[in-house]
Design a protein around this ligand. Structure first.
Ligand code: PGA
Length: 250
């Protein structure tokens, strides 16, 4: 079934949380809830990579898609401990989150490295969700939205299209803090990103918001026409709160 262009996307980013058994049980419960109450949005879960295949089996009859949280910039080779986009796809991933601020700050990922990884993901047939945002200090500057859009453009390889690449705007100061920007501020950055990406990627780039989304603030954020989806960390670890966020999509 082809999906409407206005349809929103909700992505669960589990980070380094939940065991394989807990992930499979979450997938089964979510699938049961969706069957009882069909959702109007596309749902994706990004579990640890070890969970992809068992969760793909648990979700074989479900519209929920799986996503990886990182990939290497080549498809194979002598890189002990690493996972390529091709390997993640074979394990059940349909997409991969790249450039998350936790990887930029904790693993020294630069815009150039993120761009190489996005290219590798697209070459392997995965979609890429590119995260980008500003630090607390940067957020006080008048042109922070331009800075975020420029940072994003450095992460885009030439083969990116609106069908293969999505963006998640994630202010660093909002991740895991309980603080979220005002809806006007989110809208401003999303519009800036969309207009910066118009020429190189295309006019219909999807831009999500991420950072302290929960079931209480999700309804207002997701109703903005500039917001095409949400990337949810902490509140996605509980199936009830994650389902409530998904169900808040118009
Ligand atoms: P949070 O995480 O929802 O826990 O703030 C979001 C993210 O890091 O993507």
């Amino acid at each position: 079934m082809s999906r409407k262009n206005t349809e929103k996307t909700i992505v669960a980013n589990w980070k380094m949380n939940l065991t394989v058994g807990e992930g499979v049980s979450f997938a089964r419960q979510l699938n049961t809830s969706i069957k009882a109450n069909p959702l109007s949005c596309q749902v994706m879960i990004a579990p640890p990579a070890t969970h992809l295949t068992p969760m793909a089996l648990a979700l074989h009859d479900s519209p929920v898609k799986l996503c990886a949280q990182n990939c290497h910039y080549t498809q194979s080779g002598p890189y002990t401990g690493e996972l390529s986009a091709a390997i993640l796809k074979s394990a059940g991933a349909a997409a991969v989150i790249l450039g998350h601020s936790e990887r930029r700050s904790g693993f020294n990922e630069t815009n150039d490295l993120v761009r190489f990884k996005v290219a590798a993901a697209l070459d392997a047939g995965l979609k890429a969700i590119i995260c980008v945002g500003e630090s607390e200090k940067e957020s006080t500057s008048g042109d922070f939205a331009t800075l975020v859009a420029e940072r994003l453009m450095s992460c885009i390889p030439p083969q990116a299209t609106p069908e293969t690449v999505m963006v998640s705007y994630e202010p660093l100061w909002a991740i895991g803090t309980g603080h979220t920007p005002s809806i006007d501020r989110i809208t401003q950055v999303h519009q800036e990103i969309k207009s910066a990406a118009k020429l190189s990627i295309g006019p219909s780039l999807k831009v999500f918001y991420g950072g302290s989304v929960n079931q209480y603030n999700a309804p207002e954020i997701i109703r903005s026409s500039a917001v095409d989806g949400l990337l949810v960390g902490g509140a996605s670890l509980n199936v009830e709160s994650f389902f409530a966020i998904c169900a808040s999509c118009p």
